[in-house]
Each structure stands twice: as structure tokens, then as C-alpha cells.
Write a protein that binds this ligand. Structure first.
Ligand code: AHG
Ligand code: MN
Ligand code: MN
Length: 335
């Protein structure tokens, strides 16, 4: 009989055998996983749970919040505030940081999350998810927003949970990428793939083509060459997929390769991009690199960017290594 490896056992072994994570980080990740189970339940209930629709409020980015954006944010905060493993949290849905209340013990970690990614897909029953990233609080008394402004290369854990036909938790603690599928009968995440590896080449790209007229020259060049297919400079036909939930698009890329882009564009030229560096780009970039892929903003490695603001945005190109290197080369001054 093949024995099932639960997330709990995987984390215990990461701690004990590989020494990859301390006990407190293990607890933190278990709590995040439990919160994701709670969010998955709410997502699955849909209209039966009254969780669909708009909440009539705006987040700090000026986006209308969905009910599930707020529910998921609350689930993550309530699950994580009392365990003693965290100093503070930051979320795409909250303007400032959330410091662990005085009534609870404090730990050395900082947790960042996009509680509900793919909000436009909630009401139409398409895959959505939760993205998270863990940093260590710098030495010193108290905790401030400044403590969060660390490059993605400093992350000690990152992952996402995708709520699709299956609920799948994908995790890295810097020791490769592992995937866990939620077993609903047992209520636990079970290891279903280890050592995830992205093929270096691909014939599949992922971009919102409706923005093409607003893109910059290197992105237009790359996509036009893909569209030219076999007869064009790439000498092969490409396929296109765009779910509009970054979790689902990244999950596909981790599963079978591909390249994902949300580039800077002229619609809002002062913004460097649409996606958020701390809640979306950094955790996904680390997962992709851990699986042998690459992630840049067109010019720089995402994980090297030193954040200046909590809600900073960034252009994102990630996935199969050779494709990301090609797009990045097209952005170089001589490219
Ligand atoms: P969020 O729902 O957290 O605001 O993120 C949505 C993001 C990302 O998941 C997706 O790739 C992208 O926005 C979709 O944008 P478009 O609607 O512009 O295609
Ligand atoms: Mn998002
Ligand atoms: Mn979101």
C-alpha cells in the first residue's frame, strides 16, 4: 500500500530531516493551510453561502471589493493572529499593516497575502486562489511597515492555494516546490507532487491580448513573433491561455510549462504594472525559480527588486526559462 504523505508530515520532515524550516515556521504554514481550507469551504458554497457579489467597499488600490475578498482576508487574520508565530501581517486588502494584538504572544515572522486572487472570476465559478509570502522580521523592538520592505529573495516560505476543480496548495520553503491536494473526506492536504519542474521551452503564452495596443515595443515584438507561428521567426505554432486568475495561470505553468506576462502598459503609464510586488509577484517568482523557471519585470529579476512601498506594483514576466530570457533580452537597450 502506498502511504499518503500529509502536509503535516511533509513539514515535520522538512524540519527534522532536511533542517529546512524551524518549528515556528512549520506552525505558521499549517495555520495558513488551515485558513485556506476555510476559504475553500466558503468558495465551494458559493450562492448557498451568500458569499458571491460585491461588498460595496473599495480597497487601498481603489478596486471594488468582492464579499469573498473580505471574507478571505478575515479568515487569514483570525487564523494567524493568536498562534504566537507572527509579528504582523500585510494584505492586498488592507491599507496598513496588521500588528498582532497585544493580548497575543508575538513571533519573528511577517506574513503577506493576496487573500483572494482572481476576484473577477468569483461570481462566474472559475478558479481563484490565495497567495502568501513569509519574511523574517528584522531585529529591533516593535514592528513597522518598513520591516516588510524586503526583496523577494529574502522570503523564507511562499505559496498559493488554488480553489479549482481540486483545491491544491503549492508551497516552497526554498527546497523545491511541492503540491498538496485537499482530501475532503479526511480534511487534510496530501502530497501529490514533489520536485515540480517547469520545462525550459514552451509553445504556450498567457497574456491579456485585449491590452495589446497599449503595450511597449518589446512585448509587442515577442507576442507578434509567437502569433506568426511556424512561418514566423520562431518556427513553431503557439497556443494561448488566459484565465485572469494569476494563481490558475501560474498553476498551469508549474504543471506543464508556459509563459505568463502582465506587462507595463500605456493605460496608466505612471504605474509600473498591474500586479502587486509583495503579494503576487514575489511569492510566484520564487515558486517559479524553485521549479527551474525564471521571473523578471522585463529588465530585472523580480526577486532582486527592493520594495519601496507595501502596495507597490510591478510588471511580471514569468515561466519557462528560455522564453522569459528571450522577452528580457528584447527589453535590453540593444535588443
Ligand atoms: P486580484 O483579483 O487579486 O485583484 O488579482 C487579479 C489579477 C491577477 O490574478 C490576474 O492575472 C489579473 O489581475 C487579471 O487582470 P485582467 O482582468 O486585466 O486580465
Ligand atoms: Mn491577485
Ligand atoms: Mn486579491
Amino acid at each position: 500500500m502506498t502511504r499518503k504523505i500529509s502536509l503535516t508530515r511533509y513539514l515535520v520532515e522538512e524540519q527534522r530531516v532536511d533542517g529546512a524550516i524551524p518549528a515556528d515556521l512549520r506552525l505558521l504554514l499549517e495555520v495558513v493551510a488551515r485558513a485556506c481550507k476555510g476559504i475553500a469551504l466558503a468558495v465551494n458554497k458559493g450562492p448557498l453561502g451568500g458569499v458571491l457579489g460585491t461588498a460595496e467597499s473599495e480597497n487601498v488600490q481603489g478596486e471594488i471589493q468582492k464579499k469573498l475578498d473580505i471574507i478571505a482576508n478575515e479568515v487569514l487574520i483570525e487564523a494567524n493572529e493568536w498562534g504566537g508565530h507572527l509579528a504582523a501581517m500585510a494584505s492586498e486588502e488592507m491599507e496598513g499593516i496588521y500588528v498582532v494584538p497585544h493580548r497575543y504572544p508575538k513571533g519573528e515572522y511577517l506574513l503577506l497575502f493576496d487573500p483572494l486572487d482572481g476576484s473577477s472570476n468569483i461570481d462566474v465559478n472559475v478558479s481563484i486562489g490565495t497567495i502568501f509570502s513569509v519574511l523574517v522580521k528584522p531585529e529591533g523592538a516593535g514592528v513597522s511597515e518598513q520591516d516588510f520592505l524586503q526583496a523577494g529573495s529574502k522570503q523564507v516560505a511562499a505559496g498559493y492555494c488554488v480553489y479549482g476543480p481540486q483545491t491544491t496548495l503549492v508551497l516552497t520553503v526554498g527546497d523545491g516546490v511541492a503540491m498538496f491536494t485537499l482530501d475532503r473526506e479526511h480534511g487534510s492536504f496530501v502530497l501529490t507532487q514533489e520536485d515540480v519542474h517547469i520545462p525550459v521551452d514552451t509553445k504556450e503564452f498567457s497574456i491579456n491580448m485585449s491590452n495589446m495596443r497599449h503595450w511597449d515595443v518589446p512585448v509587442i515584438r515577442y507576442i507578434e513573433e509567437c502569433l506568426a507561428g511556424k512561418e514566423g521567426p520562431r518556427g513553431k505554432d503557439f497556443n494561448m491561455r488566459w484565465v485572469a486568475s494569476m494563481v490558475a495561470d501560474v498553476h498551469r505553468i508549474l504543471t506543464r510549462g508556459g509563459v505568463f506576462m502582465y506587462p507595463w502598459d500605456r493605460r496608466d503609464p505612471d504605474k509600473p504594472g498591474k500586479l502587486r510586488l509583495m503579494y503576487e509577484a514575489n511569492p510566484m517568482a520564487w515558486l517559479i525559480e524553485q521549479a527551474g523557471g525564471a521571473a523578471t519585470d522585463g529588465r530585472r529579476r523580480i526577486l532582486d527588486i527592493k520594495p519601496e512601498q507595501l502596495h507597490q506594483r510591478v510588471a511580471v514576466m514569468l515561466g519557462s526559462k528560455n522564453e522569459v530570457e528571450r522577452i528580457t533580452a528584447y527589453h535590453a537597450p540593444a535588443g
